[in-house]
Design a protein around this ligand. Structure first.
Ligand code: SF4
Length: 481
């Protein structure tokens, strides 16, 4: 018998970490066009969301119900996953289990190769972005075409998504027109030569280009927003109808789903179909909700259940609520840090506040040590989250787990030593008063020697007070009173 000790973290092939956040954020902040695009887009979505959420009198109860259903699901995840597998199999589907990105990519590639197809159409899916499926398919000579408009823009622009819901949020209309004119003809039906940057013209060019892809496709790959364990029903929620085309037209459908996307019953699904559209696109109801249970006649259906670090998240009582996330992106749209840096700075395909907690947990905190600091801890993300994930508390919890630089550890050790005895602390205060001499001209300290220069490189330090609290107490109350 094999005894398994320890939970698998995300595969190194996962798109869950990149350059350190401070470095990437510095470059993003310098891009004024990017900041303008982000500022306009997030302000618009925020206002829409606030309006439609305000219309629902029982929003707080719905939110509590969503959190409770997800917590119950996570507590019973093994049994519910087995129930899902049995239900999907009973309805003619095939279930595959993938521990990590490498395994999931291998399974999907083999399934596509078995059909003889050399191209597939895709519904927008965070799970397949997480595992780098498009790159894995490309390496096997299979072209994967994104059919969601924003994903198409990102793919044609040889770019990476910077928002969960609006992956091309960092692009404006003029940039999109340029991408369509330059790239569409290389991979399919070209954009009309007289294409303007009006939204209807851009949408029309995308529609014509994608129609050909849909009609040619024999295999489709999707993610899933939800899966109902009791009936084996998968669900994709979207706005453009491309998801429905992918799910119904091709002969083979392959769905890659993170294991946390479960809900126990249809009744539970009802709660999330109210929470998701209002929180994500600011709509009362999303235009297309597709549901399927197993394979329909003449179609082959495969479901790939992906762990890739999720059971590691589940094992942490302080962090597991991150798995409640329904990827609505409301937390991104209210985050002051995201609004200024955009999604690329987070280095993970999960950007913004939820990315700052989910990515380090999935990869292990040492792989993403700067992300727990990519927040002002203002709490706006917690307020906006439709499943009440307390992201700020999780960030603080993760900050205690990430490895800290040697200089920071040395400073903290020195401070702890000084504060460990009243006499040592009195000496430290007396020494710190020397700082008043250094900064007396400007009234503040602008430069400190290393390793403290890390602090003053981006902020000033106030001068130590002329009289410390201890000195004041001794003067006004007498020593030892
Ligand atoms: S953490 Fe909450 S607000 Fe953010 S994407 Fe997930 S469900 Fe939405």
């Amino acid at each position: 018998m094999t005894v398994f000790l320890g939970l698998p973290r995300a595969d190194p092939e996962s798109h869950l970490h990149g350059a350190p956040f401070p470095q990437a954020a510095r470059a993003a902040i310098a891009d004024t066009q990017l900041r303008r695009n982000l500022g306009n887009a997030t302000a618009t979505i925020r206002a829409k969301r606030a309006r439609v959420v305000g219309e629902v009198p029982d929003w707080a109860a719905l939110r509590a119900a969503g959190a409770a259903i997800k917590d119950d699901t996570l507590a019973r995840l093994p049994e519910l996953l087995v129930q899902l597998e049995e239900a999907v199999t009973a309805r003619g589907g095939t279930v595959h289990w993938a521990r990590d990105a490498t395994e999931a990519n291998r399974i999907v590639t083999a399934l596509v190769q078995a059909t003889g197809a050399d191209e597939v159409v895709k519904v927008k899916s965070m799970a397949t972005q997480e595992i780098g499926l498009n790159e894995a398919l490309e390496a096997a000579g299979i072209a994967a075409w994104e059919t969601d408009l924003a994903e198409l823009i990102v793919q044609l622009g040889h770019d990476t998504p910077s928002h969960i819901l609006v992956p091309a949020i960092h692009r404006n209309r003029a940039e999109i027109r340029e991408i369509f004119l330059r790239e569409m003809g290389r991979v399919g039906l070209p954009a009309p030569a007289d294409l303007t940057d009006s939204p209807p013209a851009l949408a029309d060019a995308a529609r014509r280009h994608l129609r050909q892809k849909f009609l040619d496709a024999r295999v489709a790959i999707s993610g899933a927003n939800f899966a109902v364990a009791s009936t084996g029903t998968l669900s994709v929620v979207e706005s453009e109808g491309n998801g429905r085309m992918c799910i119904t037209l091709p002969r083979t459908l392959i769905t890659v789903m993170g294991i946390e996307k479960l809900v126990p019953t249809w009744q539970d699904l009802e709660v999330f179909l109210q929470l998701l559209p209002r929180s994500s696109t600011g709509e009362r109801m999303n235009p297309y909700t597709s549901m399927w249970s197993g394979a329909v006649e003449g179609q082959e259906f495969h479901l790939v259940l992906l762990d890739n670090g999720r059971t590691a998240v589940l094992s942490d009582p302080e962090g597991r609520a991150a798995l409640r996330c329904i990827r609505c992106s409301a937390c991104l749209n209210v985050c002051p840090v995201y609004e200024r840096t955009g999604g690329h700075a987070y280095g993970s395909i999960y950007p913004g506040p939820i990315g700052a907690v989910l990515s380090p947990q999935m990869t292990g905190p040492s792989q993403n040590s700067t992300l727990p600091y990519a927040s002002s801890l203002c709490g706006a993300c917690y307020d906006a989250c439709p499943v009440a994930i307390d992201i700020p508390s999780m960030l603080v919890h993760l900050r205690s787990q990430v490895p800290h630089p040697a200089a920071e550890r040395a400073v903290m050790r020195s401070v702890a030593y000084a504060m460990g005895s009243p006499r040592r602390w009195a000496v430290a205060l007396a020494v710190s008063k020397a700082g008043r001499l250094l900064g007396r001209r400007r009234g503040r300290l602008s430069t400190l020697p290393p390793p403290l220069s890390g602090w003053t490189s981006s902020r000033d330090l106030p001068l130590p007070p002329a009289e410390s609290f201890r000195d004041w107490w001794t003067r006004t109350h007498g020593d030892g009173s």
